[in-house]
Design a protein. Structure first.
Length: 249
C-alpha cells in the first residue's frame, strides 16, 4: 500500500511518496545523511528490517520501493529477505542504468514481489516489477503516473486515485510540484481508504516524502503523520549538494 508520483523540470525533478502500512508497524527513523563508497545519500530507515523504501544519492538518483500483489499461491508460506534491502543496493550508482543492472543480476527468488522505481536527471525513469517469477522492465514513456498499490479493494482504489490525479493535474503547467503535493495530501473522510493520504482502522499513511532535485542541491522533505487523538505530526528536511560534475546530463 503506497503511492508515488513524479514530475520532471529543466532543473531536475520532484518525487512524492506516501508510505501506507499497518498501524502496528514499527516506527521508522526519519531521513538522515549516510555515505557508501564515498557517495553521500539521504534515506529514512524502516524500523523492522533496517532497510528503506526510499533514498536519493548525491547524483540525484532516487530509488523507491512499493509492494506488489502476490500472483503465485505457493509463495504465501515462504520466508523471504526484506524488500527494504533492495534500494540499498543502488546507493552509490551515478546513473539509472547501473541500478537496473544490479537488480537484474540478483537472485530475486529470495524476495517477495515488488515494484522498484529508479529515477534520475536529466529525464530518466525505469520501473522494475518482480511478480515472483519474472522481472518486467518499463521506461519513462510507458509508465503511467501515479503508481499506486493497495491490498484492500485494489482495483477500485487504484482507479479512484488515478482519476483524482488526472483531475488535480489537469491544465497544470509550472505548478506541477504544488499539484503533486495536493494529490499526496488528499484526505476526504467520505472516501475513507480511497484517499491518497488515507486512514482506516488497521492501516494508514505513515509518512509523506518529497524529494526535490535541482541543478545544485537535493532536498528531502519528510512528514511523519500522527492520526491518534492528541498526536502531533512532525517534519524533517535534509539537504545534500548535488554532484553535478559526476552526474551525466
Amino acid at each position: 500500500m503506497c503511492t508515488v508520483s513524479w514530475a520532471f523540470s529543466s532543473q531536475g525533478y520532484d518525487l512524492f511518496f506516501n508510505r501506507d502500512e499497518q498501524k502496528s508497524r514499527e516506527k521508522a527513523k526519519p531521513p538522515s545523511m549516510g555515505e557508501k563508497s564515498g557517495v553521500k545519500y539521504i534515506s529514512p530507515e524502516d524500523g523492522r528490517s533496517h532497510g528503506t523504501w526510499l533514498l536519493v544519492n548525491e547524483y540525484g538518483i532516487s530509488i523507491c520501493l512499493l509492494n506488489h500483489s502476490i500472483p503465485v499461491e505457493e509463495r504465501k508460506d515462504r520466508s523471504f529477505l526484506s524488500r527494504g534491502l533492495l534500494p540499498l543496493r543502488g546507493i552509490d550508482c551515478p546513473v539509472v542504468s547501473e541500478v537496473v543492472e544490479i537488480i537484474r543480476s540478483m537472485d530475486l527468488t529470495e524476495f517477495d514481489s515488488f515494484h522498484l522505481v529508479v529515477i534520475g536527471p536529466p529525464r530518466e525513469l525505469c520501473l522494475l516489477t518482480w511478480d515472483g517469477t519474472t522481472l518486467k522492465e518499463e521506461h519513462l514513456d510507458t509508465v503511467e503516473v501515479p503508481l499506486t498499490t493497495s491490498s484492500y479493494r485494489s482495483d477500485e482504489i487504484i482507479s479512484f486515485r488515478k482519476g483524482l490525479f488526472a483531475e488535480i493535474t489537469a491544465d497544470v503547467n509550472d505548478e506541477m510540484s504544488k499539484a503533486l503535493q495536493d494529490f499526496h495530501h488528499y484526505n476526504d473522510p467520505d472516501t475513507g481508504p480511497f484517499s491518497v493520504m488515507m486512514n482506516r482502522s488497521d492501516a494508514c499513511t505513515l509518512s509523506i516524502s518529497h524529494i526535490k532535485v535541482d541543478t545544485d542541491k537535493i532536498k528531502f522533505l519528510y512528514e511523519e503523520l500522527a492520526w491518534d487523538e492528541g498526536g502531533e505530526s512532525s517534519s524533517t528536511q535534509v539537504v545534500l549538494p548535488r554532484s553535478g560534475d559526476k552526474c551525466p546530463g
